[in-house]
Design a protein around this ligand. Sequence first.
Ligand SMILES: [Zn+2]
Length: 479
Amino acid sequence: MNTFELLFFMIPRLPASKCIISICVCYLFILNCYSQLSESMHSIPNDNEWIRENDALHPCITDDEYQTIQKNCNANAFSLELQTTVTPGSVLLNWPLQAAQALHDCSYYYISAYVDQNVATGAIQDFNCGTNTYDSHRGTDISTWPYNFYKMDNNLVLVIAAATGTIVDKHDGEFDKNCATNSMMANYLVIQHDDGSRALYWHMKKNSLTTKAIGQAVLAGEVLGIVGSSGNASGPHLHFEVWSGSTVATRIDPFSGSCNSLNQKSWWANQKTYTETAIIKASVNTTDLVLPPCPATEIPNESSVFQIPFQGSGLPAGYAKFYIFIRNEKTGLNADMSIINPDGSNFLTWTYSSPSDNKTRIQGWSKKLPTAAGKYIFKSVYNGMTCSTPFEMVNPTNSNNTDLNSLCRIYPNPSNGKFVLETEQTGVFEIYTLFGARLFQTEIHNHKSEFNLPIPNGLFYYHLIQNNKLVRSGKLHIK
Ligand SMILES: [Zn+2]
């Protein structure tokens, strides 16, 4: 591991008293950069500066807020004449989050805290007899990851109804980029199910909530809003809480396990495994990813198209950065990475061995890119599961008016920003800068779409995504 680069990355976050060390490290980094850069790594195990979680002193929902919700829900349920005969547990819950169509990652979350099963003050235990919870936590915190503010800004993770029911409380319009405890209310929804049980969806993005009003019905799977960081939140996550009845005291834990003392059986239609250890994202980057302090939006610096010869910022000529994002890393497990040639053979392989247990780990390497034009795959295998991402090497002379094949055509190209896109299938159309920053994204509903975009002059890349897969990419020349 390249310690110098890791330390360099952390310098802006060191307190003033360590500035002399910082300067030394910086100097050492400069001394070493030329010898280390060609195979340099970038390693970020879970770190509280980036992985932000609520705790006992900073609960997701305060006691006063619980009283308000309970009062509102009961008053609304009464006036709506909703069923009061409770037969809890007859409704099965689906996972309350869903990746948006534009998100191509292998997964998008980790569990930052389960329900606390230990009622004693100062003691914690989750349903599985582990400690992934905080004192008195009554819900399941599902954190979006990686790039949780980026995901929020771009509406990449949807909150969906876990079960069919009726909206019995709703609140929107609150600030949604909190990083610490505050006195603000969250943007939230409460749904009462057919069996009288209730589900709370907490911390949502401002003005993202369904336009449906209190009293209206929602179906299981219906979009309720976007994951945010409103109310008492230390970063974007969904606090999902289930009551079997009409008061907070009736809370249950939807996960069944030997240390769940609230309810015996699982309330999930398909209960997920406790840790879900996996690589949930693999990416090819034009340079290091950037994780600024909360609540600034992260800068992924990813791309799926690299022009030959490629020069990334801070990288040797012809190199890119290859990243894996591990959820619930386990000591001793190996991750096997490969860059696969267009003909299916390996261009390059390497292995990473997990040195410690971590809820999250970002691991990146600078590796030499292929020099022949074509479509490649960056593949990673961890804990028996594969997570891959395609990327393409393109020749600079390839620019022409038609695309790589007849499935997708853009004309004129070059254009002044006014062009026509013809595709055989519908999907999502995106435009990126050469450095991987997304400038534009829209869903394509027609086989022929006309655009007139205020894009500055220059060379860009477009992506056409269908069913969460990149199916076409190419150059877009604006002049
Ligand atoms: Zn919570």
